[in-house]
Write a protein that binds this ligand. Sequence first.
Ligand code: GLN
Length: 513
Amino acid sequence: MNQESFIRIRAELIAGKKTLPDIVSAYISRIESVNKDINAVTQLHGKEALEQAERIQKKLESGTAGPLAGLVIGIKEVLCQKGYPATCGSRMLADYEAVYDATVIERLTEQDAVIIGRLNMDEFAMGSSNENSYHGAVKNPHNLSKVPGGSSGGSAAAVASGMCMASLGTDTGGSIRQPAAYSGVVGLKPSYGLVSRYGLIAYASSFDSIGPLTHNVDDAALILKTIAGHDERDATSSSLPVPDYPELLKNLEPGIRVGIPEEYFENGLDTEIRENTLRIAAELEKNGAELIPITLPHMKYAIATYYILATAEASSNLARFDGIRYGHRADIKKVRVDLKNEENELKEQLRNQPGGEEQIKEEMARMDSPMIRLYKQSRTEGFGMEVKRRILLGTYVLSAGYYDAYYGKAQRIRRLITDDFKNAFSKVDVILSPTTPTTAFDLGSQVNDPLQMYLNDIYTISANLSGICSINVPVGKHSADQMPYGLQIMADAFHEQKLFNAAKLVENVVNGD
Ligand code: GLN
């Protein structure tokens, strides 16, 4: 598989050893040959990518190209790109074309990245296997009978199989890091607020973040530098200055304090993943790091807390997809005919019973108006099972009688989890753990068991609950199934430079540098 790093390719472009149109053509051919098996790319923008490549090649030759000239990147379909469908992997938005560019797209193209196409995902970013997509499941390039992880499964598989140099994904509970781990690539979830969410179709607004998936840590640092930074169109966007991450990476600081959280190495974790993670930690220690055992006592509540708060936010965010303002609209004529038929059936049944006329009146008053039925039918047809499950759950936890018991309580636990991290980061620079408890599972093996599926995110979710930053670094393949897995590093909010520093140290250990 093509594992070319952007930074190397860029050097070759600048030295005139390669040309960008040739590179883009090679990626297009690669997509044309392997995507039919992997199903990661939902829209290939070959012609446009080649046009961009010609234009940027001229800039490279005249020395006026931006810092991302040479980067060939794919974009998760949840991010708006003007003039192209933003389907979110859903029938609901199958015909929706974005009318503006997300800030991240604007920033990538301003810096001369070439966007090669759009990438498959779990519907509305809900899932851990990329099996919940209107475009069909994505397959893991390392073994086509396995899932690539989700919800950014297309973003991970496209990079892993060499269909692009890098991609953008989104992470609300682990959707960049978990598929990155299952597919053997680097995946970064930036701190909440560091990257503008303008143009990201929301799933759970207080958790959503956008980040890169790449072949190595340097590429992730460079892309983050481009897409990060204040944006007045996102009210939660931070105004902190963005450090020059790639520059800082040139001087690695090995003497870091690394927290080893007890709760991340307990039951359910594969033995080989545990041992290899601890072995890498020991290598870091040999190179000058200090390992410090820590505890994150509220971690056990993370999954339950997330599935209350994220579904509550989703139920509100997804209310706009009603077939009138946005999204798939059911056939209004059929809706009217169905209603008429139901009305006639009702009359037929009740007419000859004692008090029938009265009952008919009552039942008729209870029946949907054509407008309400149109909303219901449109949403019934437009959304898949998992999305419906979450809207129902979210609506339930927000309902008047249960609000305090579920939503209110989950908010308080979110605070406790955030405090656990605050406490930990007063003693350590970064926290190291596995990214997932196992390697990628078989396609179809967990789709009917939502609880089992939710457990895939056990190590990733708490970073989203607390807004800190976190990265997956691939560390090798498991001896049992030859599938990749990764190690997760977490750092306090807006300390991405610490994250990259530690990630690069791990990468060096893994590569034997
Ligand atoms: N897998 C988690 C979920 O299903 C996380 C999704 C995400 O990060 N978008 O919600």
